[in-house]
Design a protein around this ligand. Sequence first.
Ligand code: PLP
Length: 380
Amino acid sequence: MSDYPARAVVDLAAIRGNVAALAGYASTAQVMAVVKADAYGHGLVPVARAAVEGGATWLGTAQVSEALALRAAGVVGPRILAWLYAPGAPLREAIEADVDLSVAAPWAVGAVVVAAREAGRSARVHLKVDTGLGRNGVMPDALDEVVVPLLEAQAEGAVELVGVWSHFAFADEPDHPTVRAQEDVFDAAVRAVEAAGAHLEVRHIANSAATLTRPAVHYDLVRPGLAVYGLSPVPQLGGPEAFGLTPAMTLEARLATVKDVGAGQGVSYAHQYVTDRATRLGVVPLGYADGIPRHASGTPGRLGGPVQVGGRRLGIAGRVCMDQFVLDLGPGADEQAGDVVTLFGRAPGPTAQDWADVTGTISYEITTRLGARIPREYVN
Ligand SMILES: *Cc1c(COP(=O)(O)O)cnc(C)c1O
């Protein structure tokens, strides 16, 4: 442990194993490990390298800057797709760095063509179709507005239209009727683009949930994110172990202080927790500035976010502050300053999903929100 009193330990063997497990689910497709948002808080470059070792042949990022950071760090083997950008994005740099680009709107065709001419080489493009998510992507009835200019640009060598892709609205509810409906819209869009003259290399629509639950939509490439990190995208159907996944991150801190207080002691801002007996309190040096949700505060009658300390499961006592929160360790507890508290990791200890349940969110948000102040340490 560094001298910082908290750390997120990231097990790269778990990343490798999770990617290998996902490749097993999608044995007819290639795997794109999605490493956007600093690899869901786990650390972009170490995770990307481990994912490639685990069998990923593609990496996916949202922002172009994330893709460029991978190339700048020497991640040169895998294909990389960046899919979210606004006018002014460094597209020429992306093309020079051999990054594939999504095109999700007519304006982006022009921007990519200009950037390709500047770069002096053709841009590999994946056309994003909005098959029903209602987010980014070209509506099916507007495909011509993008396909026609893309194929013109392809004829002059500025672009290569290598992919058609989309994203589900309800992949985490595999039986939802929109899943099948989006699949049909996707198939029709692929046919239309091919009929217009494109020779596609990859068709892709499956995120983690669809990779794990819907083989029919694996196509040529799957794009798992959350499952790479060993978390379940369908917690109502099963935890990570049900899918052969292992959570990669363990978040832990060392107690900054322990002290004995009497009954009736109000704890932390606004005294939302009051001791009901003489007890020992412990201060954990992580707070909302580190991404510990303030909604994980203990409220009257309910302990907050779960932690493991000395083999016991406790909940946060009172409000989460910017840099710290408090635990009621119990009368006679023998914890001392410096003892380790685990916030989340692998079951049977508390998990990121447990934190998500306490705070009314999804495990994605628990790991991605962890602050830059917490050192990431890599094992295996
Ligand atoms: C984030 C993202 C993914 C990965 O989603 P998971 O649910 O984490 O597997 C795949 N595709 C797109 C377009 C995304 O934005």
